[in-house]
Write a protein that binds this ligand. Structure first.
Ligand SMILES: [Zn+2]
Length: 681
C-alpha cells in the first residue's frame, strides 16, 4: 500500500473535515501510524535542532502543536477500537500501542528537549505570558520533571529501577486477584438452595456449570454472579460462604498479595521522595484540584462526621427490619446480610419499578430533552444531518450551532449495543478544539452508550438509570462542545482528574427537576407528563441508605490515603494497618479472614492510587454548583453563562479551584451535597 493513497494521511475533503470513515480501510492504519510517528518525531527534532534561543513560541508552543497528525489518527483508531472493533482492529491495537508508548517515552526522556523547556521555564518571570500560556508551560515542564528529568544520573537509574519493579508488582497484584477470583466456585448439584434468586441469575449459573461439563449450578466471585447471589439468595449460610470467599481473595491463600501491597506502597513512597515529594499522595495530588493529602483528609473527616450518625440510623433501621422479617428473621446483621435485607427494605419502601417509569423515557424524547436543556442554558441548537460519514448505521450525526448561527461543533451519538462495542457509556472526541492562527477550530464530539434497543413493536424506552447516564455523558460532551481555549492540550475535558466529572455530574441534576422533566418525560403513547409522585419517589429512592453508601465510599478513599499519604516503611501487617481505617467506618463486625487491600485493584493495580477520594469530591462539586442553579432557577441564563465562561469553556487553562471559585463566588462547600443526600436536615 503506497503512502500516497492512504486517506488517513491526507486532508479530509469531507463536510467540516469530519473523519472519512467510508474511505478508511483497516489496512491503512499501520502504515499511517508509522508515518505519523515519523512526522511527530521530525517535529520534535525541529524543536531540539533549533539554533535560536529557546522561547515560548519555538519550544513550548511548537511542542503543543507537534503530533497533530498522530493525534488525529489515534483518535479515529482508538474510538473505533472501543465502539466498533473486530479481531483485526484489536490485533493492530496490540501492534501499535507499544510503539505509541515508546514514542511517548522517547519524548519525555529527550534531554535536549527538556533543556529547552527548562530554559523557558526558568525564564518565566521575565516573559510576558497569559494565564493559559503559564499553565501550558507549567504542564510541559512538569511532564519532564515529574518523570525524573532533573535528577542526577544515579537517582535517574534508581527511578527507572523503581518504575520497572512497580510495573511488575502491579501486574503481579492484578494476576493474583484474577487467579484468586477464578480459583473459587460454589457448585450446587440442584436448585434446592437457590430460593430467592431471579431466573436470570439461575440461568447464568446453570450455563456456567454446563461450560465446565458439570451438573447443576456454579456461582463465582465475578460481579455478575456474586452480586445477584448476595442480593437475592435466601440461604444465609451460602451467602456467608460466598461473602467470606470474596473477602479473602488474595489474602493468605496461594495467590497472596500481602507482600505485593507492602512493596508497592513502599516503592511508591521511595519514588515520591526521590522526586522531592513528601509522599506518593503529595506527588499525585500536585496535579489535582485537591492539591494536598491534608485537604483530602480533612474533606473526608468532615463528611464522615455528618454521614456516620445517618449511617448508624440506617443500620439500626435495617437491623430492626431484618429482626422482624417474616420469612428470614436474623438477630444481628453480618456483612453477608447487608445487600439481601437492603434490597427487601428498598422494595418495601419504594416499590419503584423500572417498567413503570420506562414509558416516560422514550430515547428520542430524552435526546430532544437534553438538546432543549442545552439550548435554554447555552443557546445551542442541534440539527441532524446525513452529510457526515458514520462508522456504523446506528450512529446519529448532528451539526451543533451557537445562538448566532455560527458552527459550534459536530456531535456523534451512538446509543445501542452491538458486538464490536465495549460495555458502558463514554464521551470521546474525534477532534479537539483549539485556536489556529486566529481560527477557532471547532471540535468533533461523540457520546457512546449501550441503551435498550427499540423492537419491532416498541421504541427504545430507557430506564431511569439510563436517562441519568445519557445526561452524564452529554454533560461531558458539553465540556467538549463549549471549549474555547488557545491550546489543544488544555482544551475541553483536558483537566485535572478530580475536576473532570463536574460538567457531567452537574447535568444529571436536571433529571430530578420537575421543570426539566416536563420537557421530555412524557408517556410515549399518551404524551402525559410523568406524574409528580413518581418524581418524588425517584428522588427518595436515590437517597436510600445514603449514609451507609457514603461511609463505604469514604472508607475506601481513606484507606487509599492511609497507604499513600504517609511514610509506609514501618508497616508490616496489611490487615492490622487497614483495620485502623475501617475501625472508624465499619458498622458491621469485622470478618477475620477478610482483607480488602489485597484485592483492591483500583489503587494497587490501576491508576487510582491517592485518587479514590475523587468520587466523593466530584459529588461535592456538582451538588455545590447545582445549588447555584437552584437558587437562581435551573434555566437561569446568567448562571449558565457564568458556568460556561468560567468552567465549561476554560478546559484546563487555569487551576480548577480558581475557575470554580470564579463561577461560584467561593470555594466548594460540602453542605449542598449533605443536604441533597439527606444527611442533614
Ligand atoms: Zn463521567
Amino acid at each position: 500500500m503506497s503512502v500516497e493513497n492512504n486517506p488517513l494521511l491526507e486532508e479530509f475533503n469531507t463536510f467540516q473535515n469530519t473523519a472519512p470513515f467510508s474511505q478508511i480501510k483497516e489496512s491503512h492504519y499501520e502504515s499511517a501510524f508509522a508515518k505519523a510517528i515519523e512526522t511527530a518525531q521530525s517535529e520534535i527534532d525541529l524543536i531540539t535542532g533549533n539554533t535560536a534561543e529557546p522561547s515560548f513560541e519555538n519550544t513550548i508552543e511548537a511542542l503543543d502543536e507537534s503530533g497533530e497528525l498522530l493525534g488525529r489518527i489515534s483518535s479515529i483508531f482508538f474510538n473505533l477500537n472501543s465502539a466498533e472493533t473486530n479481531d483485526e482492529i484489536q490485533r493492530i491495537a496490540r501492534e501499535v500501542s507499544p510503539k505509541l508508548s515508546e514514542f511517548g517515552n522517547d519524548v519525555t526522556l529527550n534531554e535536549k528537549l527538556f533543556k529547552r523547556v527548562k530554559a523557558v521555564y526558568e525564564n518565566r518571570a521575565t516573559i510576558d505570558l497569559t494565564e493559559e500560556q503559564k499553565t501550558l508551560l507549567e504542564k510541559q515542564y512538569k511532564r519532564f520533571s515529574r518523570n525524573g528529568a532533573n535528577l542526577s544520573e544515579a537517582k535517574k537509574t534508581r527511578l527507572r529501577e523503581i518504575d520497572s519493579k512497580l510495573s511488575k508488582l502491579t501486574l503481579s497484584f492484578g494476576e493474583n486477584v484474577l487467579a484468586a477470583t477464578n480459583a473459587y466456585e460454589l457448585h450446587l448439584e440442584d436448585d434446592s438452595r437457590l430460593s430467592g434468586l431471579p431466573e436470570s441469575a439461575k440461568e447464568a449459573a446453570a450455563e456456567a456449570a454446563k461450560a465446565k461439563d458439570k451438573e447443576g449450578f456454579i456461582f463465582n466471585l465475578d460481579y455478575p454472579s456474586y452480586i445477584p447471589f448476595m442480593t437475592y439468595a435466601d440461604d444465609r449460610e451460602l451467602r456467608e460462604e460466598l461473602s467470606k470467599a470474596f473477602g479473602a481473595k488474595a489474602y493468605k491463600d496461594e495467590h497472596d498479595n500481602q507482600e505485593n501491597v507492602l512493596n508497592i506502597a513502599k516503592l511508591r513512597y521511595e519514588r515520591a521522595q526521590l522526586l522531592g515529594y513528601q509522599t506518593h499522595a503529595h506527588f499525585v495530588l500536585e496535579e489535582r484540584m485537591a492539591k494536598t493529602p491534608e485537604t483530602v483528609n480533612q474533606f473526608s473527616q468532615e463528611i464522615l462526621e455528618k454521614a456516620k450518625p445517618a449511617a448508624q440510623k440506617e443500620f439500626d433501621q435495617l437491623q430492626e427490619f431484618a429482626q422482624n422479617h417474616t420469612e428470614n428473621p436474623v438477630e444481628s446483621l453480618k456483612k453477608w446480610d447487608a445487600a439481601y435485607y437492603s434490597e427487601k427494605l428498598k422494595q418495601k419502601l419504594f416499590s419503584l419499578d423500572d417498567e413503570l417509569l420506562k414509558p416516560y423515557f422514550k430515547l428520542e424524547n430524552v435526546i430532544n430533552g437534553v438538546f432543549e436543556i442545552a439550548s435554554r442554558l447555552y443557546g445551542l441548537s442541534f440539527e441532524e444531518t446525513q452529510e457526515i460519514e458514520k462508522y456504523h448505521p446506528d450512529v446519529l450525526t448532528y451539526v451543533v450551532k451557537n445562538e448566532d448561527n455560527t458552527l459550534n461543533s459536530i456531535f456523534y451519538a451512538d446509543f445501542f449495543p452491538r458486538k464490536g462495542k465495549r460495555n458502558g457509556a463514554w464521551m470521546t472526541s474525534f477532534k479537539n478544539q483549539w485556536h489556529d492562527n486566529g481560527h477557532n477550530i471547532r471540535p468533533h464530539v461523540s457520546n457512546v452508550c449501550n441503551f435498550t434497543k427499540p423492537t419491532a413493536t416498541k421504541p427504545s424506552l430507557l430506564t431511569f438509570n439510563e436517562v441519568t447516564t445519557l445526561f452524564h455523558e452529554f454533560g461531558h460532551a458539553l465540556h467538549g462542545m463549549l471549549a474555547d481555549t488557545k491550546y489543544r492540550s488544555l482544551s475541553g475535558t483536558s483537566v485535572f482528574w478530580d475536576f473532570v466529572e463536574l460538567p457531567s455530574q452537574v447535568l444529571e441534576n436536571w433529571c430530578y427537576e420537575k421543570e426539566a422533566l416536563e420537557i421530555f418525560a412524557r408517556h410515549y403513547e399518551t404524551n402525559e407528563v410523568i406524574p409528580l409522585e413518581y418524581i418524588e419517589k425517584i428522588k427518595a429512592a436515590a437517597n436510600f441508605q445514603e449514609g451507609l453508601q457514603t461511609l463505604r465510599q469514604l472508607s475506601f478513599g481513606m484507606m487509599d490515603m492511609s497507604w499513600h499519604g504517609i511514610d509506609p516503611t514501618a508497616i508490616n501487617d496489611v490487615k492490622v494497618h487497614e483495620r485502623k481505617t475501617f475501625d472508624q467506618t465499619d458498622l458491621y463486625p469485622d470478618v477475620e479472614s477478610s482483607c480488602m487491600s489485597t484485592s483492591f485493584a483500583h489503587i494497587f493495580q490501576g491508576g487510582y492510587s491517592a485518587g479514590y477520594y475523587s468520587y466523593k469530591w466530584a459529588e461535592v462539586l456538582d451538588a455545590d454548583a447545582f445549588e447555584m442553579f437552584q437558587e437562581n432557577g435551573i434555566f437561569d441564563r446568567p448562571t449558565a453563562k457564568k458556568f460556561r465562561d468560567n468552567v465549561l469553556s476554560r478546559g484546563g487553562t487555569e487551576d480548577p479551584m480558581l475557575l470554580y471559585t470564579r463561577f461560584r463566588g467561593s470555594e466548594p462547600k460540602i453542605d449542598a451535597l449533605l443536604k441533597r443526600a439527606g444527611l442533614v436536615a
